[in-house]
Design a protein around this ligand. Sequence first.
Ligand code: UD1
Ligand code: CA
Length: 484
Amino acid sequence: VSDSVVVILAAGGGTRMRSETPKLLHPICGRPMIGWTVAAAGDAGADRVVVVDGPGRELEPVLDGRVEFVVQQQPLGTADAVRAAADRIDGASTVIVLNGDTPLVTGRTLKGLAEAHERSGAAATIGTIVLDDPSGYGRVVRGPDGTVERVVETKRPGDATELELQIREVNTGIFAFDAGELLSALELVSSDNAQGELYLPDVLPILREHERTVVAYELSDPNAMIGINDRVALAHARGIAQRQISERHMLAGVTIVDPASTVIDVEVEIGRDAVVEPFSSLRGVTSIGEATTIGPLTTLIDARVGRASRVIHSYVNDAEIGDRVSVGPFSYLRPGTVLRDGSKAGTFVEIKNSEVGAGTKVPHLSYIGDADIGEDTNLGAATITANYDGTRKHRTTIGDRVKTSVDTTLVAPVRVGDDAYTGAGSVITKDVPPGALGIARERQRNIEGYTNRRKEQETAADSAESGAEPVESRQRSDVNSTNP
Ligand code: UD1
Ligand code: CA
């Protein structure tokens, strides 16, 4: 599509969403609704995309600089919305107009319509589709010769006659226009209708009156016009988009064991022979390398995972996981975590803002925060970094080939040198030099004969009591008889 402008109408109220969030900012598979129509326009090869926003300019922040914005001051109707973009349309050849609340429209559909429009040389081409249940949509009224005369709205009673309500061919809201013809016709649209609005489809009879050609292009993809007006429709569209995303990955060589229980956002990248086990959510800008297994029951948000790794039953947010890494079950990896190749974060392990070197293992029950850990190190079960002194966070540095024993607490800031050890149960507050054993716990002492001494004391106490108060004592020992 050359020298073309796509105008996306997005200034309507969206009241049926019952939301503080503007309708077109509600996400579908990780991308705001407006982003879907903008992406379709891009896929169609549009030279320019113009979004008609409301006076709050709420959509602008979520779209990058490739989109132009114009503001419709008041929602006076779809024709008025297009008019708000008049100076952006002026001078173009073809203008494609579509509604911003139809996120499942594809670039292929828009391109097909634009090409048909240019082939026919018509002044206007309306995208139509025949629906079993056309309720609420504008109906396409064709003349005796089969050409499109006009669209009659049905949202409120008053516009359509009983006969017109029988029509099942509807206006998809997707149009292609000759830019100059559109701009002239928009000037002549009136709001003399049931909603008191300026209806965009009303340019069609105006163009016909001026001997211009109006043609219909029947869309083959019924999803193209699924309009989102409430959260029921939002969930319905999300389901369709999710199936399309999952099918794209499966056809590209990813095993998704149970697509129905798997959430994959639209930006996620997955390598060949990766396996996504059930009940997993891959969200945001997440990437997964070849032959990696994710899940079951794993959430990845903005995570980068390498090849041949495994992330099982874990929650990962803004973290980097290398190749051949093992994560979980029950790991929680928080922002700034980097697990280098061949490393491991095991069961009940929480890591944040830390680098875990290649081949290093954090197998069980650890909290690692603000730490730099070298290669081939092993942190014993329940190794904990005490990184927070109540006011500030401090770093812990652990070298290569270190072995901390179980229940080591590392009170930051502290360093453990290469090849060092710590003793089990140590609270390490001072640096451990390379190759040393850091041990920081009280020495054990054994009290010989303790058990016998205790028994003797108990017997003595009992007989002293029975001597003094025999009746009460007997009662008490009866009560305690099953648990002496
Ligand atoms: C519109 C069409 C209808 C078609 C249907 C397809 C009109 C009058 N009706 O109806 O024939 O079958 O789409 O989905 O065009 N908007 C603005 N400014 C406004 C009004 C609307 O930007 O002043 C935007 C909305 O944000 C929305 C789009 O235009 O994205 C469509 O508006 P909406 O009110 O939803 O029109 P429909 O009743 O769906
Ligand atoms: Ca709508």
